[in-house]
Design a protein around this ligand. Structure first.
Ligand SMILES: NC(=O)c1ccc[n+]([C@@H]2O[C@H](COP(=O)([O-])OP(=O)(O)OC[C@H]3O[C@@H](n4cnc5c(N)ncnc54)[C@H](OP(=O)(O)O)[C@@H]3O)[C@@H](O)[C@H]2O)c1
Length: 263
């Protein structure tokens, strides 16, 4: 299978880096950037200068939602018969893509940046012209960059707000924990190491076992102990509410991005 990638920024590169074994044709409006990316990822990647993405079976659109209109104009000129177009643009609905591209097989996907280390989480759904086989093919591509789940399109803004943006929430928590470590008297380097390894270890525990998160948390929380004292602060400061508010803001923004593209 030959895959075209349009847009070679953060996510485009994360996907390219993990698609070993596929023949890739990449295109970016910045031709120099595309060439650099091509060099970085080796010989299976071929840059496309004439805008044709020739011979590709699947095209993955990795541009910002704000830039999607110009990319769709370009795509509609390349001839999409029998191709599947996968868009990873936050908030951009399959109906909007079909409106611009015509009766084309369209898949909407929401990956996240841990794809860079092969631990991405992607949710996908299909448009009205895509077959189940197209969805399966898309799933197989995203399984190369981590895990993949099929969802209904109505849930895509929520997915964006949870796993698409989620790595940023985790990084923010880690940054703040490092600052707190320094404030508590630890050298910065030690604080960074403690926090990063704690996140890595806890993530592994979450994903590897069948135990509930609440059980894992309870195991660290002795009655009257230090962890309990910290968790009480989180609870009193309504940590859960802050998270719900943040996810809601991201979900609303994702929906608004869609509307700006529909116009
Ligand atoms: N970053 C994330 O965590 C994340 C997670 C999930 C989904 N997404 C989605 O992934 C998409 C890409 O995000 P990103 O962070 O990778 O953006 P990015 O780093 O800005 O990459 C987009 C690339 O596409 C290029 N481009 C713009 N218009 C183009 C066009 N018409 N044809 C070809 N190339 C074009 C841009 O060039 P210029 O820089 O010159 O404009 C840039 O190189 C977004 O739609 C976003 O919603 C991102």
């Amino acid at each position: 299978m030959k895959i075209g990638i349009v847009g070679t920024g953060n996510m485009g590169q994360a996907i390219i880096s993990r698609l070993k074994g596929y023949s890739l044709v990449i295109y970016d409006k910045d031709v120099l950037k595309a060439k650099k990316v091509s060099k970085k990822f080796g010989s299976v990647v071929h840059t496309c200068e004439n805008g044709k993405l020739g011979g590709t079976d699947v095209i993955i659109l990795c541009v910002k939602p704000q830039e999607i209109k110009s990319a769709l104009v370009f795509l509609s000129e390349t001839g999409l018969k029998k191709k599947t177009v996968i868009s990873i643009a936050a908030g951009v609905k399959t109906a909007a893509l079909e409106k611009a591209l015509g009766a084309v097989s369209v898949i909407r996907a929401m990956p996240n940046t841990p794809a860079l280390v092969g631990m991405g989480m992607t949710a996908i759904c299909k448009g009205k012209y895509a077959e189940d086989a197209d969805l399966k093919r898309a799933k197989n591509i995203f399984l190369k960059i981590g895990d993949c789940v099929m969802v209904e399109e109505k849930d895509m803004d929520a997915v964006t707000a949870v796993s698409g943006s989620g790595p940023a929430y985790v990084f923010l928590f880690a940054e703040e924990l490092i600052k707190a470590a320094v404030k508590a008297g630890l050298p910065l380097k030690t604080g960074e190491l403690l926090v990063k390894k704690t996140f890595a270890g806890a993530s592994n525990m979450m994903c590897s076992g069948a135990r509930k998160l609440s059980e894992l948390r309870a195991n660290v929380t002795s009655r009257g102990g230090a962890t309990e004292a910290a968790l009480k602060v989180f609870q009193n400061e309504k940590f859960g509410e802050i998270i719900k508010k943040a996810v809601r803001a991201a979900k609303i923004k994702s929906g608004k991005l869609a509307k700006s593209v529909d116009k």
